[in-house]
Design a protein around this ligand. Structure first.
Ligand code: PD2
Ligand code: ZN
Length: 289
């Protein structure tokens, strides 16, 4: 630094110099002393140090604390503009909306109305009060945040399940074997699914056990099986987006980190009138057994 500073403004050069000193291992007190020796007012120097090092530490903390990103599936081509239609081997699916942070793609007509009705009919007799996976123990339990009823199909359990699973695999370019069995949920008026993440919280003690079956979840497809009269949208509170539950449509979202920075906090808004039926497909990093 020059001998006596004429100005007390915190310039980009000063920030760079402070970071350089910190990276070289200088203690903040020593950096402050040399700033004062160069003519900086002590209060201004402390403020500059705090501001600069806070940003610097945040960046460093971010790279240390965030889990590394993993590959995730996606329904859309990486380049060449947004297509309006995706031509799958057995069906044409419409692209309704796409966003990047979080990665959310709304799809039109992923299922036919007949497929929706058939899935509801197959699931209906097997519904029980919904359980969520308890990450502290790895067990399932009834959860007050989820006031729906639900059931799981085994993967490949019926011709209809196999058809939907193959279609989703073709849609997102992810192996059928990496998918969990389809889950069906029924929400009656007043029922909701409070905002949550679909990935398993790495900090919870039960998570390693859950991850033995195919690793983390990396993406979700929620398929709407009927049209609720009012309410029941799928909400993404971090980005203030709500997807309307339209029969046959689906919302896809992915999370390359099992971390809130994925912005994939999402919930099922309370159903106000009518019922809501959805089928959820979760995709794992690896083969789910
Ligand atoms: O039913 C929904 O909209 C919904 C919302 C949030 C479903 C799920 N999560 C889920 O099945 O994980
Ligand atoms: Zn969810």
């Amino acid at each position: 630094m020059s001998a006596v500073q004429q100005t007390q403004a915190v310039t980009p050069e000063l920030r760079a110099w402070i970071i350089e000193q910190a990276q070289a291992g200088a203690q903040p007190e020593a950096v402050l002393a040399s700033m004062k020796a160069s003519g900086w007012n002590e209060d201004v120097a402390i403020a500059a140090l705090e501001e600069t090092l806070r940003g610097f530490l945040d960046e460093r903390a971010k790279s240390v604390l965030l889990p590394p990103p993993v590959p995730v599936p996606d329904p859309l081509p990486k380049e060449g503009g947004l297509p309006t239609v995706l031509r799958l081997p057995d069906r044409e699916v419409r692209v309704v909306m796409a966003m990047n942070e979080p990665r959310v793609v709304v799809l039109g007509g992923l299922l036919s109305h007949e497929e929706c009705d058939e899935l509801v009919a197959q699931a209906e007799r097997r519904l029980t009060r919904s359980e969520t996976v308890q990450t502290d123990t790895g067990a399932s339990e009834v959860n007050a945040a989820r006031t729906s009823q639900g059931m799981f199909f085994e993967r490949g359990e019926s011709e209809l399940c196999r058809r939907i699973e193959a279609r989703i695999a073709a849609l997102i370019g992810w192996p059928v074997d990496n998918g969990e069995g389809i889950q069906v949920l029924r929400y009656r008026p007043g029922a909701e699914y409070k905002p949550h993440y679909d990935y398993f919280d790495p900090a919870q003690p039960g998570t390693p056990r859950i991850l033995e079956r195919g690793g983390q979840r990396v993406a979700t497809v929620v398929m709407y099986l009927n049209d609720p009269e009012i309410g029941g949208g799928t909400t993404f509170p971090d980005v203030k987006v709500e997807v309307a539950p339209v029969k046959g449509n689906a919302v896809f979202f992915s999370y390359e980190r099992a971390h809130p920075s994925s912005k994939t906090l999402h919930g099922g808004a309370p159903v106000v009138a009518g019922e809501k039926w959805v089928a959820t497909k979760w995709l794992r990093e690896g083969v789910f057994r």
